[in-house]
Write a protein of this length. Structure first.
Length: 404
């Protein structure tokens, strides 16, 4: 992480990486004046911490700025390409540094990709202060970082950059003659810059990569050329990450709230982001019973039919099938009576254990069982008045009502 690199062979996004806090745009809530993170960076008194945020939000850039300022030995590792063997070498180096009264900061990019054994191997050194850990992750650290390690780190949440921040970054890259494209004489109007910023989905790296690509094709950057450079929509949707759960939750709650338009939007976010349509269809099937249930029994039929149709048609043709199912669910009258009733029954099972089945409703296939009064006095319902009193619940739960 060399300061002010002008190596033209490096990608524009790397060359334009801020080297001071003054150059760092966005994240004022985390790195603004008098904020804790800014104070510990400026004082070089860093605790172990984790930067959690979407791609291009500045996690690695903050690590780069720390590398410029710290007097400690700064070591960078990628969780993708580094293993326990590499970590042991860093630990040995850190122990030598500690003996020489010098600190060691270890930056691990994509720390969520490290497995349990790798994270556990690091824990003792973080715990005793031999290593100050800085981890960067796009995934929720509550799920991806071991609890023991997470408890020893401060988590700083970086948000998606706003379009106006990315516009400033693009403008800076166009004007900068040392690290940027200032010597190329690029012609681009502010409307196209705004378009690139908006299409980048808050990812500064994506914006700079697109800018670098189009500038290599033409010095006159038009809206059409910029759009083609993206090739496809850069939708923020990680099928294995937290955003996956955020969006399926949004779809579920929009259907529950009877907002068909919002439900369609979240459905489109998932499908256009590459989600498996059968996953969505399974969630709709669940919704049909959990949130509609007895209010409209045909909802389950619609949901199952949508799943089957998606199974033998696939994407992209099944998108309208899921749209039909999602809108139907949103417009249905809602009832969670079944959901609550089952929850109460399950609670009784957990609380009371294996309560015995009343003798009169036990099956009696053998004479011994008959002698033990299995099935005795059972009233066969079709031959009796349905309203005639007969107990079906265990004695301890006699007359218990789960359904209104």
């Amino acid at each position: 992480m060399s300061k002010g690199t002008t190596d033209s062979k490096k990608p524009l996004a790397d060359r334009m990486r801020p080297v001071t806090l003054a150059e760092f745009l966005g994240q004022e809530e985390v790195i603004g004046e008098k904020k804790l993170l800014r104070q510990v960076i400026e004082s070089d008194q860093l605790p172990s911490m984790i930067f959690w945020g979407p791609p291009g939000s500045g996690k690695t850039t903050l690590a780069s700025i720390i590398a410029q300022r710290t007097k400690s030995d700064f070591v960078q590792m990628s969780a993708v390409s580094s293993g326990v063997k590499d970590l042991r070498a860093v630990i040995k180096q850190a122990q030598d540094n500690q003996a020489a009264k010098k600190g060691t900061i270890l930056f691990i990019d994509e720390i969520h990709r490290w497995n349990k054994a790798q994270q556990d191997a690091l824990l003792p050194q973080v715990e005793d202060g031999t290593i100050v850990l800085i981890g960067a992750t796009t995934e929720n650290p509550s799920f991806e970082v071991r609890g023991a390690l997470l408890s020893r780190c401060r988590v700083f949440v970086l948000k998606q950059l706003q379009a106006e921040h990315i516009e400033k970054i693009i403008n800076g890259a166009i004007k900068d003659k040392e690290r940027g494209l200032g010597k190329l004489g690029i012609k681009i109007n502010q409307a196209v810059i705004k378009q690139i910023a908006n299409m980048s989905n808050g990812d500064a790296r994506t914006a700079l990569n697109v800018l670098e690509y189009v500038s290599s094709i033409s010095k006159n950057i038009t809206a059409k050329l910029a759009k083609e450079a993206f090739q496809k929509s850069h939708l923020l949707y990680d099928k294995d990450g937290e955003e996956h759960y955020n969006i399926i939750s949004a779809l579920h709650k929009a259907m529950r709230g009877s907002d068909a338009d919002a439900a369609l939007y979240w459905l489109a976010r998932m499908l256009e982001g590459g989600e498996d349509p059968l996953y969505i269809a399974r969630r709709v099937v669940r919704f049909a019973s959990e949130d509609i249930g007895l209010a409209n029994s045909k909802a389950l039929e619609q949901a199952v039919a949508a799943y089957q149709a998606c199974h033998f048609i696939g994407m992209p043709e099944c998108n309208v099938i899921l749209a039909q199912a999602v809108v139907y669910m949103a417009k249905c009258k809602k009832s969670n009576e079944l959901y609550k009733a089952y929850g109460q029954a399950a609670q009784d099972v957990r609380q009371h254990g294996n309560l015995p089945v009343p003798l009169h409703i036990r099956n009696a296939p053998t004479q011994l069982m008959k002698d033990l009064n299995y099935g005795k006095n059972y009233k066969y319902s079709p031959d009796h008045d349905y309203e005639e009193d007969q107990q079906y619940l265990p004695d301890k739960l006699k007359n218990k009502k789960y359904l209104e």
